[in-house]
Design a protein around this ligand. Structure first.
Ligand code: IMP
Ligand code: MG
Length: 172
């Protein structure tokens, strides 16, 4: 059962605000938005359509959850579609900041690959879960420590298509 935490309209309003901030901050800069697959897919599609300055889009795959579990495992990064970010201002985009390991690792990777600057944007940040010191530069919402699905976020690869963010109740 999924209980709605953030309704669709609220997400869209907030994503548009983030888009306006990003647009203002990256005027005249060589912006590349690097979306972390698969969770940020919906956010990417909605966000970039609110940004009216030139930008490139690139994809990186990272996964730390294996199958039907809600605890993170080993972080696996697949850079086969990774862009050339040398000389670019990179904005890493993820669905949620949980422990912080994914974003912290990818920030280092982008810097190693020669990015001019690296910032981070997330739709959600969970409170009381962070193990790595990293503050997102752009954040949609802060949420309680619950396992959420929808708007790109999955449980065992299901639920990504829900238009809202909801709390997954795994009790029968
Ligand atoms: P971190 O490395 O612990 O910050 O994990 C971030 C990644 O874990 C995100 O990109 C999500 O894919 C996944 N994740 C963390 N919390 C949730 C959740 O509540 N629902 C679904 N996926 C989550
Ligand atoms: Mg993810």
């Amino acid at each position: 059962m999924v209980e709605i935490l953030i309704p669709e309209a609220e997400i869209h309003a907030r994503v548009a605000e983030l888009g306006r901030q990003i647009e203002a901050d990256y005027q005249g800069k060589p912006l590349t938005i690097v979306a972390i697959l698969t969770g940020s897919l919906i956010l990417l599609a909605d966000l970039i359509r609110t940004i009216q300055i030139p930008l490139r889009v690139a994809l990186i795959q990272a996964s730390s959850y294996k199958g039907a579990t809600t605890t993170a495992g080993v972080l696996i990064i697949n850079e086969s579609f990774a862009p050339d970010v040398s000389g670019r201002d990179v904005l890493l985009l993820d669905d949620i900041l949980d422990t912080g390991h994914t974003l912290a690792t990818l920030v280092r990777r982008m810097a190693d690959r020669g990015a001019l600057s690296v910032r981070t944007a997330v739709l959600l940040q969970k409170v009381g879960r962070q193990e790595v010191k990293i503050e997102p530069d752009y954040r949609g919402f802060t949420i309680p420590d619950k396992f959420v699905v929808g708007y790109g976020l999955d449980y065992d690869d299901d639920y990504r298509h829900l238009p809202y963010v909801g709390v997954l109740n795994l009790e029968p």
